[in-house]
Ligand binder design. Structure first.
Ligand code: C2E
Ligand code: MG
Ligand code: MG
Length: 755
């Protein structure tokens, strides 16, 4: 019997040692506590082993010492383990005294060989061999009180944890509690029965192994189940679980709501699902995905359904589940996004990109249908915004959108091209120009407070080659607009051969501009500017192109082309440089004449005009007042503040700024008083248009008077006759330009005029 028990103890020692090493290696706080606990149990187990195997007093007494002191260490380790395992914080003022009492016990036990106050042993017979049994004295009772005190505290602690913890966790506390209780009772039995061969350490060793398992390896499966169930319950999707027979056994709350399941009546789910999604819904098979739409109109709903097979741990089919996702919000958002990407926000019509793609699709599907591409343009839309308000401008655009909706049949495609322009594709036989002209003549918008006659122009291009790019078709329809001369009488224009040849011409001269500038085929002609006595005081530089095949080209042939495509910047920079060259030469020859150069509104858009001109003047060493700057009213039509700053900057540097063609464009007399210009250039031709000469005379007189009052000098151009010269001289005009003095002539001819 003693041999069998010693083998058991040796096995326990091995198991506890291995456990101590493994738990130490986990490097977790609880791992260290477990390792300490297992190591602490090793000591009393070893002491007990010695008692069991020894047949003599000295060895047995040594076994007793190892056992008792080991028990103290065990109590300490058990307490520390309980604290770490439960993660309950125990204040230092409790731990300190406990350690103190345990140390006191160790010391008093260690003094037993001297005082003999704690215990001795007595020899008895056990299983046919001598056995040294403990005889306790006062010190031993103190030891028992200390150890039982700690033991009971830990026991009570685990008991409280067992009843206080959630059910999922109480399992691990209760097992440890029961094991510890049994170990304690077993030990108590030995103490009171005084029977030899104490086996109770087996109980504590098992306690140690359980602690090892629960701390490091145990996973509460119920907790996992609970967690999974919780997660599924909270999923935004509806989830239905089916057993092997296809019967619904569980559904999360969303699923219950969807299928109208009340309480635990899951069996109704199959029928409800078929009721919602139709009898084609296949609940018997697995591994499918399906997208279903139910309801209609504002009640339309979109669902994504997925059915999955569930296998057990051996890979055998165990059941299945159905996931139903309500995609309605996402679908609506997607639709809205697509709508936003393809439609114009203000009018709700197709935007340019989508309009083009719809039109090219339609043309590709039926290329031989006769169709027009129509470009709709609101004239002077900027003025509508300026004079009324942006709100009224928006209202006007919406009215035009409404008009298109009303007039266009299902065979048309229409949209907003941007800004104040719209585009339409219309079958030839649905396009009635007479009726359209009629409507456009009386197109009025009225928002209740303002009534405005909107001037709409329409450019039309008949599709001849279906494979032409839609943007090119609209460009052609747009080009047709330039043919409308009398803008109030005619509203519709067609892209035709004349426009085509204009486009070809544009391309022809644009391709040659660079060479023309390099070879000076394009060069300035000078038109004299005279004072009241008829003496030449300066000149205006006007561009002329002496073309090798086309001959002498006046600006009308090329300036508008280059203004349209932006190449005017190259022309102007060339002209300014040429003017500076001439001025520089004149300066050396002692002539103090000025030259006016023209600046296109586009120049301000593409380059830093101020920097360009200042650097030229610096390069040629010219007095800035000799290079006069001619701008037109259109320059001031947008970014007025920026433009004012530029002009002021130039004037500050000594340049003289002239307002060309004053009165011909969109000028406001109000603006004039703030306009940073030195000279108003008034063109006679705008006045000679008027049949009533007396009226013209009055107007010019007043403009001259006005400029005088504002302290702005004036120059009249287009002076063709001696009478005109005489009349203007009589008013306050001081400078004159016109055919009466000379046409624009080459630089050498001009210099001839001077001498
Ligand atoms: P503009 O700056 O107002 O120039 C005056 C125009 O009136 C010139 O036409 C000139 O030849 C013409 N003219 C002068 N005196 C008389 C006259 O007594 N009677 C009539 N009927 N016409 C007269 P041109 O040279 O054909 O230039 C036309 C326009 O082209 C210029 O008008 C100017 O706006 C533009 N232009 C000319 N050269 C350039 C240039 O180098 N750059 C820029 N941006 N524009 C230029
Ligand atoms: Mg000019
Ligand atoms: Mg002019």
């Amino acid at each position: 019997m003693r041999e069998a028990l010693s083998i058991v103890f040796i096995v326990l020692i091995l198991v506890l040692s291995v456990g101590a090493v493994i738990s130490r290696r986990t490097n977790k706080a609880v791992g260290r506590a477990v390792s300490r606990l297992l190591t602490s149990i090793l000591l009393p187990v070893t002491g007990n082993l010695i008692l069991i195997v020894s047949h003599e007093k000295l060895l047995s007494t040594a076994g007793c010492y190892i056992y008792f002191i080991g028990m103290d260490f065990f109590m300490f380790a058990m307490l520390m383990f309980a604290v770490t395992y439960s993660q309950v914080r125990i204040p230092a003022k409790v731990v300190g005294p406990v350690i103190g009492v345990l140390l006191a016990d160790v010391v008093q036990l260690a003094l037993n060989p001297i005082f003999g106050h704690a215990f001795s042993t007595e020899k008895i017979e056990a299983y046919g061999a001598p056995y040294y049994r403990l005889v306790p004295y006062a010190g031993q009772y103190f030891h028992r009180i200390v150890d039982y005190g700690i033991f009971l505290s830990v026991l009570i602690f685990f008991f409280i944890m067992t009843i206080r913890s959630p059910r999922i966790y109480s399992e691990r506390y209760s097992v440890i509690f029961i094991c510890l209780l049994l170990g304690g009772l077993w030990q108590t039995f030995y103490i009171f029965s005084r029977s030899p061969l104490d086996r109770s350490m087996i109980g504590f060793a098992v306690f140690g192994v359980l602690c090892f398992y629960f701390s490091l390896y145990y996973r509460p499966m119920k907790l996992l189940d609970r967690m999974l169930a919780n997660i599924v319950s909270k999923l935004p999707d509806s989830v239905f679980f089916f057993d092997m027979t296809g019967r619904c056994i569980w559904a999360n709350s969303n699923a219950k709501e969807l299928a109208g399941i009340t309480g635990g009546e899951f069996s109704t789910a199959n029928d409800s699902l078929k009721g919602i999604f139709g009898s084609a819904l296949d609940l018997s098979s697995n591994g499918w995905t399906s997208h279903l739409t139910i309801g209609s109109g504002s009640n339309e709903k979109y669902y994504a359904l997925e059915k999955f097979l569930v296998n057990d741990e051996h890979g055998n089919a165990a059941g299945s589940f159905l996931n139903v996702r309500d995609n309605t919000a996402e679908q609506l958002r997607l639709r809205q996004e697509i709508h936003n990407a393809t439609h114009d926000r203000l009018t709700g019509l197709y935007n340019r990109e989508y309009l083009y793609s719809r039109i090219s699709q339609l043309i590709a599907s039926s290329p031989d249908c006769g169709r027009y591409v129509v470009f709709v343009d609101i004239k002077n839309f900027k003025i509508v915004n300026d004079i009324f308000s942006n709100d009224f401008g928006d209202f006007t655009l919406k009215c035009i959108a409404e008009w298109l909706r009303r007039e266009c049949s299902d065979n048309c495609i229409y949209g907003r091209l941007g800004g104040d322009t719209f585009g339409v594709l219309v079958p030839v036989d649905e396009f009635d120009p007479a009726e359209l002209e009629d409507e456009l003549t009386q197109f009025v918008v009225n928002d209740g407070t303002v009534e405005y006659h909107v001037l709409i122009h329409i450019g039309v291009y008949r599709i001849t080659e279906a494979d032409t790019d839609v943007s090119v078709m609209f460009d052609r329809a747009h080009l047709a607009l330039s043919m409308i001369k009398d803008e109030y009488q005619t509203h519709i224009a067609y892209y035709d051969d004349k426009i085509r040849s204009q486009v070809l011409w544009d391309q022809f001269i644009s391709a040659q501009l660079h060479d023309a500038l390099r070879t000076r085929e394009l060069r300035p002609f000078l038109q004299p500017i005279v004072d009241t006595s008829g003496r030449i005081v300066g000149a205006e530089a006007l561009a002329r192109w002496i073309h090798p095949t086309e001959g002498f080209l006046s600006p009308a042939k090329f300036i508008p082309v280059f203004e349209k495509n932006g190449m005017i910047v190259e022309v102007d920079k060339h002209m300014w440089r040429c003017a500076c060259e001439i001025l520089s030469r004149w300066q050396k020859e002692g002539r103090s004449l000025f030259i006016s150069v023209n600046i296109s509104p586009k120049d301000f858009y593409f380059i830093d005009v101020t920097a360009e001109i200042k650097s030229l003047v610096r390069e040629f060493g010219i007095d800035p007042s000799l290079l006069r700057i001619e701008i037109t009213e259109t320059v001031m039509m947008n970014n007025i503040d920026d433009k004012m700053a530029i002009l002021n900057d130039l004037r500050h540097d000594g340049f003289i700024v002239e307002m060309d063609d004053f009165g011909s464009g969109y000028s406001s007399l109000n603006m004039l008083k703030d306009m940073p210009v030195d000279v108003l250039k008034i063109d006679m031709k705008f006045l000679s248009k008027s049949s009533d000469e007396k009226k013209a005379r009055t107007i010019i007189q007043n403009i001259l008077k006005l400029s005088e009052d504002l302290g702005i000098a004036s120059l009249t151009e287009g002076v063709e006759t001696a009478e005109q010269f005489g009349m203007l001289r009589g008013m306050s005009c001081r400078l004159f330009q016109g055919y009466h003095f000379s046409k624009p002539v080459s630089v050498s001819d001009f210099e001839g005029l001077l001498s």
